[in-house]
Design a protein around this ligand. Structure first.
Ligand code: CP
Length: 335
């Protein structure tokens, strides 16, 4: 088992299954003092509703204390080795990670990319620096991937569908007025292919393909499971026979750093909204989204409020899966 929970790509299918099984046990019996006396730092460089609340409540339910550090704008940290620190950051991750490690047993970090230079941001510099220098485990609360969200998605899918093997999972891009992070889409592809689903990525053009690291990993995981990972720009082809539709918007990577150009490119694709007409082409598919979700932009009210919508279940499951992850990195996976 890896020391950290940085991406589901590092964890085997069996290990992810064990985390999900433990999350189900914790959902059935939420108050288990497994982490009595432990302290957990929650470091946020970006705002949050779900992640912050579910980690804090989850730590409490396991008997641990969570310390929330609102680092955005108040605690700029340098992460480049050899940096001449004459800019904003007062502190290097070398010190920050090692000092926090002397106080707490686990560090959880949210640090979105700056959406300026993908060649640098794809290396996940803040998370990588903390993982390098901390002497305690690290959990990723969303950087360029969002592994906790995707465990929650998998748990909601298992609850709705049972065995996920061979089910058709459609990851659909949707329009949004702002270019957003690719993290959730990256993680959804990693998680769904690893769990043996037949995965289709639906996006308007090749400009919306995800970083090749995630495209290649998705293809590799699908191959290992004897399943498929395909890309289409054809809405009907994607929805036909789908068992699960997962929606997310992201900015086209080739134009990253140029927001007006990204917005102009995405404007003609508002029809990628998940609506009843598209869902009617599926195999009575479930619908989900990581939230927050702009209603009637990404999905219609009818889809979001339908009995096949898993959005609230998935959000609830953040609590259960994160408790399983905190427990695993501090105490090991249940035998
Ligand atoms: N889905 C998710 O991570 O939500 P928050 O940004 O509210 O934490």
């Amino acid at each position: 088992m890896p020391k950290n929970f940085l991406t589901t790509a590092d964890w085997s299918r069996l290990e992810l299954e064990a985390l999900l099984a433990d999350a189900r046990a914790l959902k059935a019996s939420p108050h288990q003092k497994r982490l009595e006396g432990k302290s957990i730092a929650l470091v946020f460089y970006n705002p949050s509703l779900r992640t912050r609340t579910s980690f804090q409540v989850g730590a409490h339910q396991l008997g641990a204390q969570a310390v929330v550090l609102d680092a955005a704008g108040t605690w700029p940290v340098e992460f480049s080795d050899g940096a001449v620190m004459d800019g904003d950051p007062e502190e290097h991750a070398k010190e920050a990670a090692r000092v926090l490690s002397r106080y707490v047993d686990l560090i959880c970090i949210r640090a979105f990319p700056k959406f300026k230079n993908w060649a640098e941001e794809r290396e996940d510099p803040m998370l990588s620096a903390f993982a390098k220098y901390a002497t305690v485990p690290i959990i990723n609360m969303e950087t360029i991937v969002h592994p906790c969200q995707e465990l929650a998605m998998l748990l909601a899918l298992q609850e709705a569908h049972g065995d996920l093997d061979g089910k058709k999972f459609v990851m659909t891009w949707t329009y949004h007025p702002k270019p957003l992070n690719t993290a959730v889409a990256n993680s959804a592809i990693l998680a769904a292919t690893k769990m043996g689903m037949d995965v289709t990525l639906l996006c308007p053009t090749k400009d919306y393909l995800l970083d090749e690291r995630y495209m290649d990993a998705g293809a590799q995981f699908a191959k290992e499971n004897g399943r498929s990972f395909s890309v289409t720009h054809d809405i009907a082809e994607a929805y036909q026979g789908a068992d699960a539709v997962y929606a997310k918007s992201w900015g086209p990577l080739p134009l990253l750093g140029n927001v007006p150009a990204q917005q102009e490119m995405s404007a003609p694709f508002k029809h990628f909204i998940v609506d009843e007409e598209k869902m009617a082409m599926t195999n009575n598919a479930t619908f989900s989204h990581c939230l927050p979700m702009r209603r009637n932009v990404k999905a219609t009210d009818a889809v979001a409020d339908s009995p096949r919508s898993l959005i609230i279940d998935e959000a609830e499951n953040r609590l259960h899966v994160q408790k399983a992850v905190m427990s695993a990195v501090l105490k090991g996976l249940p035998q």
